[in-house]
Structure formats: structure tokens, C-alpha cells
Write a protein that binds this ligand. Structure first.
Ligand SMILES: Cc1cc2nc3c(=O)[nH]c(=O)nc-3n(C[C@H](O)[C@H](O)[C@H](O)COP(=O)(O)OP(=O)(O)OC[C@H]3O[C@@H](n4cnc5c(N)ncnc54)[C@H](O)[C@@H]3O)c2cc1C
Length: 546
């Protein structure tokens, strides 16, 4: 996917920043949050091509859009999350709502609807979830029955309920998943269609200014040409096919919101004097509340960028990789916001500082577009298939790649990343031979471990480059120290996880710790404290208190 050139992307991000400065000060966002109010005028402005025209990024050039690449969209999603996750969600809902058309629509459908979204700046909503079908979408009960005239299907009558739909009560256009006679299928429905009624906006814990509503469909008639792709039964496959891409967007939300909270804490730590000096100079404070979060977020960034660039390079699907990106980045963002409250003490717990709101907002990224637990299951399933197909070679192969990175660049922690991957390989083998993968807890912990090991490999690979991406705000010395810290922790976490799982099942063979390479992993820990001290110093330099 070609996407924007670097200059246009940077201009778009700068315009967004300036717009937010002018139009979305914290006091304004705070009031919307308090009043549970959706800022319709802001969204319309953001879609106005003379102001920002953000929605045009998702629309291919041939349909009047800008044809943004996955990398462009990741950058914009991260920037939006820095501003406000509720607004980011509303924009995302349009992207997501248009996806069934973008990937599954016929040529005529794309021509018609994409052009309309571009020109009329339509707000779109994506209607998949139901009261009794959330993580398990296959359980959906919304039905689309044939309307037949002269022996020909001329349309459908759709009946059912949708739940938690972003932009649900404010959208102009909806894509709705319903069970047709041929199987789950997507349909396009315009607002105001008889029988179609949104419920009121929900009163939520966070992203309160993002409209979320249930939808009631009572024999809503749609003509046959509203069946996306013109063929029944493709709905779940169409939804699945974009998960790689859409989960990168939500990962970017976790990254942006997490960094916004952490930057606030880093700046605050320089002005807050306790026990005779600024908190930023207290080692225990920085190495507990700040540094680990910066490391986790930058590790997640490296992985997100790897997936975005692979998707832009033409690789299809990448659902497992998207799940790894989402799990790593959203859990890191959530944790960073939690620690930012702690870092600000009593001030963090008030609404005067934005971290309290960010913490409430960012939690949603661990829930929507697939919960963290569903991500763990997805990652395990995807990688287990590959593991079995490769007769257990896939992680040894990746470890060999890391050996190569370490040989070329010995200071990015690729040696620890390789040890973590080899330990993972050994644990998977133990779990296979002892049939532990029949236990759901084991598979979910393995999914989380796989995500961490692959993220560490992506970070080491990225940190070893001669030139860094436009997104990296640290010098090579700092970014490499971050990669080393993440890789060491990962190798240790994986050994720990393996021992807990295998020994916990009463199946640990003698010498398992040695077989996992634990002594070698421990041997790599030297220097970790010095690396964290360096990162702490550099964070204060990169984010000075203004
Ligand atoms: C603010 C908001 C906006 C949303 N926007 C949209 C939208 O625009 N469009 C849309 O279609 N949906 C949307 N959603 C729905 C969202 O994607 C779902 O809430 C999410 O997928 C989880 O489904 P659920 O709420 O039914 O929870 P459940 O699936 O019931 O899950 C409850 C808990 O059980 C766990 N769990 C579920 N299944 C299993 C299992 N098999 N094994 C172990 N643990 C399991 C989950 O991880 C979770 O912790 C939104 C939700 C919210 C809250």
C-alpha cells in the first residue's frame, strides 16, 4: 500500500496537533466527559477536508480518499489517542464501519458507498456485537430473512439487537452483521430506515464522550444490493480478514494514551520536590513507576511498526501478529496510565490532572476489538498451528535470527531475546509432550508469553538498525538500553512462566530450569540496573518540564 509520503504524513499529524490545541483543550474535553456528551460538531469538523479530512485516510484514492497506508493510520491513531481516546474511538468507528465494504464490497458497492463516505463526510458505525454475542460472534442471533418477489430475492428483512456500538446513536451509516440463510453476512443500513432504532448513549466508565449505543432492528427492509459482497455467508471471514489491520489501530490507541499519561508523569516528576529533591531524581520512584512503562511502550511500538510495514508490504491477514500488537500495546498503555496516577500521588487521583481520565479511557482498549484474554487465545491458536506444522522449528528459527542480530549488533539484547525464544520452544515442547495444552489456562499463559517473546525480538531487530523510524524520540544509546531491558525481562518471565505452568501441573522433569536455559538468562542480567538509570535520565531530557 503506497500511502502518504513522509512529508504529507508529518503535515497531517501537525495539523491534527494544532487543531487539538485550538479546539480541544483539556477543560473542554473534561466537561464533555463529565456531561457524557458526544461532540458532534468536532467530528464533523475533523472530517471536513478544509479542516482535517481525517476520514479520507481510510478511503482509497480511486474513491475520492487519500488512501492512507497502515503506517499512516497507526500514526494518526496514536496521535488521536494522545488527544482523547473518546474522539479517537469515534473516528476509528468510521474506519471500522467502512471496513466490511472496503474489503468485501463489490466494485459497485465500493464505488457508491466509499464515495458517499468521502464526499458527505458520513459518520459510520460497525454493528457486530450483540447482547449475547460478544467475544463469540458466531453466537449472533440477528436474522436477515429473504424478501422474495416473482421467485427472486429482492431484499432482506433484518431483526435483532446490537449492543455497545460506537457512534451507535449518531452515525449516518451502519454496517450490520446478521445471520442470512446462507450464513453470517454484512449489510449496509442508513440511519432513519423504518424499523431501525438506536438506543440512548450509554453511561460508561471511560471514553464517555464517545457515543456508544445499542441498536434495535425490527424487520428492517434492505434491498438485495445492500448485502456486502453480493454473497451470503462471508461475514465472519470478512470481519476476520481485517483483524491484523484493525488491531494495529487499537494497539496505537494503547500506545498513544499510555505515552500521554507517562509524559505527564515524567514532566510532573521534575517539578515535584519531596525529601529535598525532585522525584525525577529518586531512583526507586523512576525505576518502579516510569522506566518499566517507557520500556514496555517502546517495545510495543517496535512490534506495531513491524506489523504495519508488513501489511503495507502486501502481506495479507497477519491476524496473529495484530493480536500480539494489540495485547502488548494496550496492556502496556493501561499499566502506564495506572502507574501515572500513582506517580502524581493525590493530584493524580483528581480530575484536575488528565491522568485520571486517561486511566478510565484506556481500559477500553483491553476490551474492544477483542479482549486481552481473547487475544491470548488467538495468539496461542495461531502460533500453535505454526509450531506443529514446523515440527517445533519456528521459535528455534527466530532464535537463530536473533543470534544473527546479536552478532551484528551486540548491544541490543538480541542474545537475551534468543534465550527467551529457546526457552519458549522448550516449554511448548514440554506442554505438547505432557498434553498440557488441553488446559485453557496453560494455552492463555502461553499466548501471553509468545506475545512477549515476539515483541522482544521485534524490538531487538528494530534497535539494531542504523537508522530509526520517524517515531523514535530517543537516541540510539537509550533505545538500545530499552531493548536490552525488555529482552532480559522477557527471557526471565518466560522461564518463570514455563516453570510455573509445567511444575504447577505436577509434570516438571528434573533439571527443567537448566533445560530452559535459566542460568544463562540470569547471567545476562548484569548491567540491567545501569541501563534503567540511563533510561530514567534520558526520559527527563526528552520530556522536560515546561
Ligand atoms: C465502549 C465500547 C465500544 C464498543 N464498540 C463496538 C463497536 O463499535 N462495534 C461492535 O461490534 N462492538 C463494539 N464493542 C463490543 C466489544 O467489542 C465487546 O464488548 C468485546 O468484544 C467483549 O465482548 P463482551 O462485552 O460480550 O464480553 P464477553 O465476551 O462476555 O467477555 C467477558 C469476559 O470473559 C472473557 N471471555 C470471553 N470468552 C471467553 C472464553 N471463551 N474463555 C475465557 N474467557 C473468555 C473476556 O475476555 C472478558 O474478560 C464495544 C464495547 C464497548 C464497551
Amino acid at each position: 500500500m503506497p500511502g502518504l509520503d513522509a512529508m504529507s504524513r508529518i503535515q497531517t499529524l501537525e495539523s491534527l496537533k494544532q487543531y487539538a490545541k485550538r479546539r480541544l483543550p483539556y477543560e473542554f474535553l473534561r466537561k464533555l466527559d463529565r456531561d457524557n456528551e458526544f461532540p458532534a460538531a468536532v467530528l464533523k469538523e475533523m472530517y471536513d477536508p478544509d479542516v482535517l479530512g481525517l476520514h479520507l485516510l481510510l478511503i482509497p484514492e480511486e474513491y475520492g480518499g487519500l488512501g492512507g497506508s497502515t503506517f499512516d493510520i497507526y500514526r494518526v491513531c496514536e496521535a488521536l489517542a494522545h488527544i482523547d481516546l473518546g474522539i479517537a474511538t469515534s473516528v476509528f468507528a468510521t474506519f471500522l464501519g467502512a471496513d466490511p465494504l472496503r474489503v468485501g464490497g463489490t466494485k459497485e458497492q465500493k464505488q457508491h458507498w466509499m464515495n458517499r463516505i468521502a464526499e458527505e463526510r458520513l459518520l459510520v458505525a460497525y454493528g457486530a456485537t450483540e447482547p449475547n454475542a460478544g467475544s463469540d460472534l458466531g453466537a449472533l442471533t440477528t436474522k436477515a430473512v429473504h424478501v422474495v418477489e416473482d421467485g427472486k430475492v429482492v431484499g432482506y428483512k433484518i431483526t435483532g439487537n446490537k449492543q455497545w456500538i460506537s457512534n451507535g446513536s449518531v452515525a449516518d451509516l451502519y454496517t450490520i452483521l446478521a445471520r442470512a440463510p446462507g450464513g453470517p453476512s454484512w449489510f449496509v443500513i442508513e440511519k432513519g430506515t423504518p424499523g431501525f432504532k438506536p438506543n440512548p448513549h450509554e453511561d460508561k466508565h471511560g471514553i464517555r464522550l464517545s457515543d456508544t449505543a445499542g441498536l434495535v432492528l425490527d424487520e428492517v427492509f434492505v434491498p438485495a444490493d445492500r448485502l456486502i459482497g453480493g454473497e451470503e455467508g462471508l461475514g465472519l471471514r470478512q470481519a476476520q480478514s481485517v483483524f491484523g489491520y484493525t488491531r494495529v489501530m487499537v494497539a496505537a490507541f494503547g500506545l498513544g494514551a499510555g505515552w500521554e499519561a507517562l509524559e505527564t508523569a515524567i514532566r510532573y516528576s521534575q517539578q515535584r520536590i519531596q525529601s529535598g529533591g525532585p522525584l525525577s531524581e529518586k531512583q526507586g520512584y523512576m525505576l518502579k513507576l516510569i522506566v518499566p512503562n517507557a520500556v514496555r511502550l517502546e517495545a510495543a511500538r517496535a512490534h506495531i511498526e513491524e506489523v504495519a510495514l508488513r501489511l503495507d508490504g502486501g502481506e495479507e491477514g497477519l491476524q496473529t501478529e495484530g493480536a500480539v500488537a494489540k495485547l502488548s500495546a494496550t496492556e502496556a498503555g493501561n499499566r502506564a496510565a495506572e502507574d501515572a496516577i500513582q506517580a502524581l500521588g493525590g493530584y493524580g487521583y483528581t480530575k484536575d490532572f488528565p491522568v485520571e481520565k486517561i486511566k478510565r479511557d484506556v481500559k477500553i482498549t483491553c476490551i474492544y476489538e477483542g479482549t486481552s484474554e481473547i487475544m491470548e487465545m488467538t495468539i496461542f491458536r495461531g502460533r500453535w498451528r505454526e509450531y506443529m506444522r514446523s515440527h517445533g522449528r519456528c521459535y528455534e528459527d527466530l532464535a537463530v535470527k536473533m543470534d544473527g542480530v546479536h552478532a551484528a549488533c551486540p548491544n541490543v539484547g538480541a542474545d537475551s531475546a534468543a534465550l527467551g525464544l529457546r526457552a519458549l520452544h522448550r516449554i511448548l515442547e514440554e506442554c505438547r509432550s505432557q498434553r498440557l495444552t488441553h488446559q485453557q489456562h496453560v494455552t492463555m499463559r502461553l499466548g501471553a508469553g509468545i506475545a512477549q517473546a515476539e515483541t522482544a525480538a521485534a524490538f531487538a531487530h528494530s534497535a539494531a538498525r542504523d537508522r530509526y523510524s520517524e517515531t523514535v524520540r530517543f537516541d540510539a544509546e537509550t533505545w538500545r538500553a530499552m531493548s536490552r531491558v525488555y529482552a532480559r525481562e522477557t527471557a526471565l518471565d518466560i522461564c518463570h512462566m514455563g516453570l510455573k505452568l509445567v511444575c504447577g501441573a505436577g509434570a516438571g522433569p528434573a533439571g527443567l530450569a537448566d533445560a530452559l536455559g535459566l542460568p544463562a538468562v540470569v547471567g545476562k542480567l548484569a548491567g540491567s540496573l545501569a541501563d534503567q538509570d540511563l533510561i530514567a535520565r534520558k526520559l527527563s531530557e526528552v520530556f522536560p518540564n515546561r
